[in-house]
Design a protein around this ligand. Sequence first.
Ligand SMILES: Cc1ncc(COP(=O)(O)O)c(C=O)c1O
Length: 462
Amino acid sequence: MINALPDEGIPAEQVLAELRELRAGDLPTHGGRLFAYVYDPALDGLDVLAQAAHAISSHVNGLDPTAFPSLLAMENALVGAAARLLNGEQAAGSATGGGTESILLAVKAARDSRPDLTTPRMVVPSSAHAAFAKAAHYLRVALDVAPVGPDLRADPAATAALMTKDTVLVVGSAPSYAHGVVDPIPQLAGIAADNGVRLHVDACFGGWVLPYLKRLGADLPDFDFTVPGVTSISVDLHKYAYAPKGVSILLHRTEELRRPQYFAYAGWPGYTMVNPVISSTRSGGPIAAALATLRTIGDNGYLGLAARTRDAVSVLAAAVEQTDGVRLFAPPETTVVCMAGEDTDLFVLADELAARGWHTQPQMAFGDLPPTIHLTVTAAVAATAAEFAPALAEAVATARSRGPVEIPLPGLTPEMITPGLVAQMAGRLEGMAAVNSLLNVATPELREALLTAFLSVLQRPE
Ligand SMILES: Cc1ncc(COP(=O)(O)O)c(C=O)c1O
């Protein structure tokens, strides 16, 4: 147990030693063997630089850019760089705390651009990131989900069929997180423009790497402001720009389109609050760290990192293709390798890979889609990719001999789920394969209830 408020303060060295010990229990954020959560360029000295930059600005408050012009200058520089990368000649934007915040704000801007509507709606492909469902929920915008086509991409016809007079926003991904494929943005933007509504491109994941992959010759559809009808784009710097966590950029095609993103309030006795983003007080640390990261890597540096990432993707994809018992589930056209199983239980396989030091992300069955394993590939993987094929072959062979973990769901419904029940269940399940197999047979609603209760068990004060 950690006592966060000891009677007497603890010496700095001891505090740091404790933190290091805690961190030792985490998954490895470096080393090219963790395929989710972290983005690692494997550049010597980059962490030290970003930490130093973070420290310089961590106490600066973005609440008032006139008090801290350094932060305003840094934010404008980041937004300008993103705008140039994504061909937004007239673009205006903001630095937010992450992809979800950028998406919430893109949805808010679209909603508030139509104050005449009582039930604004947005059309998203079923592959869109869960952050759009969160935005719909927080902002009371109705969510119309268009099924994706057999190629896992947004289906323009299904999107067009859902357009109504209340639609304020259409969404496409470049690429989708789960499968790493790029939606047909020109067609989606055409539909949005024909209906006079906004089109948001969620390039949170890929926005900083796709332009470089294209420069390297990848045959990918246009997805940025060169496409008429694209009105906003989100791109996370804490993903493929390799900045420390806490920075995404939301761009609008024009300053006028950005206007309804802002919130202003003077109806209280304190300062007039004018916030472009959700937080009011915000630290300059992540923004300074992101700026330092961009400036030290540079445009050519990002091109080189994209080449290393592309090469690593090819090596991993070839490993999947060569291995009996797994197959590529989606074309590895960006930075994701997504595999499905053939007579191999993927949840057992994920455990076997983890036992060999490779940490992947299992994805549950969804609608007609089978369970898959997702690998987010970053430049660091170039150094380890060649070791993946033998580990995969061994892990598949072991998973096949173990067979699936059969976990019956004893007639549970979401209403029956309590933190106590989930704590009991968790105590009886051995290994992640058992947990994932149980979640996989649960309906999405039951899965939400189970994991919510589980998180509630985890989040107990000490
Ligand atoms: C396509 C896409 N959109 C949005 C997000 C949300 O980003 P964040 O986790 O920074 O909120 C992610 C995260 O992986 C993503 O892949």
